[in-house]
Design a protein. Structure first.
Length: 175
């Protein structure tokens, strides 16, 4: 019969081995969960903006923002974005009305870009998204993969795997 100290050492050694085997898998699981949360947040925000346009019978703007109050030109959304009414069609949130929602900046290593030429989404009171279809590509440097959130001209929002061209463009901008 071994001493209690020897049994404790063996137990700790086994626990250490199991922790070393499980830690990488746990880290990968946490990263995938965080990535899925980001993709879900973007799709959910766009759906909320469409619903707000219909419910308030008003034009609702979704645009990138550096300060959480004003839209900023460009198709790079990883610094955050806002959802706000834009009844005067000046491509900025209406003065005197609060911004409906603010999305904070993405974590380091994650980038969000939109289709070329689409720097904002304008949901009309009918629920349609004026202009052409737009694709939000969300990419993650550590995994070299990503998802796309696609807004159809009808206003329908869906999530799909990012195609190779959009993914390359997205990953190219991650330092």
């Amino acid at each position: 019969m071994g001493s209690p100290l020897t049994e404790l050492r063996i137990t700790l050694a086994i626990a250490g081995i199991l922790a070393m085997i499980g830690a990488p898998a746990m880290g990968s699981l946490l990263a995938r969960t965080r990535d899925a949360s980001i993709e879900s947040s973007i799709a959910g925000g766009l759906r909320d903006a469409r619903n707000a346009a219909v419910m308030h019978n008003a034009r609702v703007l979704v645009c990138p923002s550096l300060d959480g109050r004003r839209c900023h030109a460009g198709g790079d959304w990883q610094h955050g974005w806002i959802i706000a009414q834009d009844t005067d069609h000046d491509d900025q949130p209406d003065a005197g009305k609060p911004v409906m929602d603010v999305q904070a900046a993405m974590p380091a290593g994650t980038r969000v870009i939109t289709s070329a030429g689409r720097t904002r989404i304008d949901f009309q009171p009918s629920g349609s998204a004026g202009g052409s279809n737009v694709t939000f590509t969300i990419c993650h440097a550590r995994e070299h993969d990503g998802k796309s959130v696609i807004v159809a001209n009808s206003g329908r929002v869906r999530v799909a795997n990012a195609d190779a061209a959009h993914l390359r463009a997205c990953l190219a901008g991650i330092p």
